[in-house]
Design a protein around this ligand. Structure first.
Ligand code: F6P
Length: 303
């Protein structure tokens, strides 16, 4: 919403007429456009989700679907498109660009799994939600001297889980990018318990395996009863953090500026304190690796 607000208001500042498309590419195919004024995006900066709604569109995945999408934009005389989303949305955007559409992408996903931007919109809020959950679980974990498994979102990548694990002081973080060794985890937990540690928290990214399966395997080797919390979509909503609102506002304005300058097929990003733009095909062909330094730090600090 903060990005949408910035796109609308910067566009209007530059003398543009701005339209929103309801329900993502599905809405594009249906020509579900709505005129957006300054006041249309008032009072939304603090709200999670998107007032335009979104959808995973099966219809848009076909070449005919993309042809129709490009035709809809041409038919409505849209001179530039801003796509707010993750890699799936951006793959669609590149296809539209191939058909002559001018478009710029704004990275928005709690997974923070895109290269050429330090952060994607939503990640910081999701990390904070995860850490807040871990903080709360610690109370029971300590009182009852239990081992807790917390499953975070992240179907394919562990960036979110890793950040929650480090900031939440977890004993171990399991990510899809790296092999899972249950025996090693058990040894580490046992060592902690032998030292008198009262509780342990294990963070599992959804893509590294089910939190329940991990808990079962640990129960088997340690002979303990574990507790499991699956954060699920709770991590995907809520009031966006100040940091997310800040980068969303900057990215939204930057995307419009790029379109106004005649640029296209780019993704905006934040690099340190600077706003950058990278050709979208390059973004999509560069996988973001898990940060091994941070991963090793997590392991090292959790004693
Ligand atoms: O891609 C972002 C993400 O939040 C993943 O972390 C998660 O696995 C997935 O989306 C959930 O998607 P859905 O709401 O379609 O189940």
């Amino acid at each position: 919403n903060a990005a949408l607000r910035a796109v609308v208001r910067r566009g209007i500042s530059l003398g543009m007429e701005v339209f929103g498309i309801h329900k993502g590419y599905d809405g594009l195919l249906d020509g579900d456009f709505v005129g957006l004024k300054v006041e249309s995006v008032g009072d939304i900066i603090h709200r999670g989700g998107t007032i335009l709604h979104t959808a995973r569109s099966q219809r848009f995945l076909t070449p005919e679907g993309v042809d129709l999408g490009a035709a809809r934009l041409r038919g409505a005389a849209i001179g530039g498109l801003v796509v707010i989303g993750g890699d799936g949305s951006f793959r669609g955007m590149v296809e539209l660009c191939k058909r002559g559409v001018a478009a710029v992408g704004i990275p928005a996903t709690i997974d923070n799994d895109l290269s050429f931007t330090d952060y994607t919109i939503g990640f910081d809020t999701a990390v904070n939600t995860g850490v807040e959950a871990v903080n709360r679980l610690r109370d029971t974990a300590t009182s009852h001297e239990r081992v807790f498994v917390v499953e975070t979102m992240g179907r394919h990548e562990g960036h979110l889980a890793l950040a929650v694990g480090v900031a939440g002081g977890a004993e171990t973080v399991l990510v899809p990018e790296l092999p899972v060794n249950i025996d090693e985890i058990c040894q580490k937990l046992q060592k902690g318990m032998d030292r008198g540690k009262l509780h342990s928290i294990i963070i599992v990214a959804e893509g590294a395996g089910s939190g329940f399966d991990v808990a079962k395997a640990i129960e088997k080797c340690l002979g303990l009863e574990l507790r499991v919390t699956v954060l699920g979509h709770v991590q995907r909503g809520g009031t966006p953090s100040a940091f997310d609102r800040l980068i969303a506002s900057r990215m939204g304005a930057k995307a419009v500026d790029l379109l106004a300058a005649g640029e296209s097929n780019l993704m905006v990003g934040v690099s340190g304190t600077a706003m950058i733009a990278t050709p979208m095909p390059e973004v999509l062909s560069t996988k973001r690796p898990i940060d091994l330094q941070v991963y090793n730090l997590a392991e090292d600090l959790a004693r």
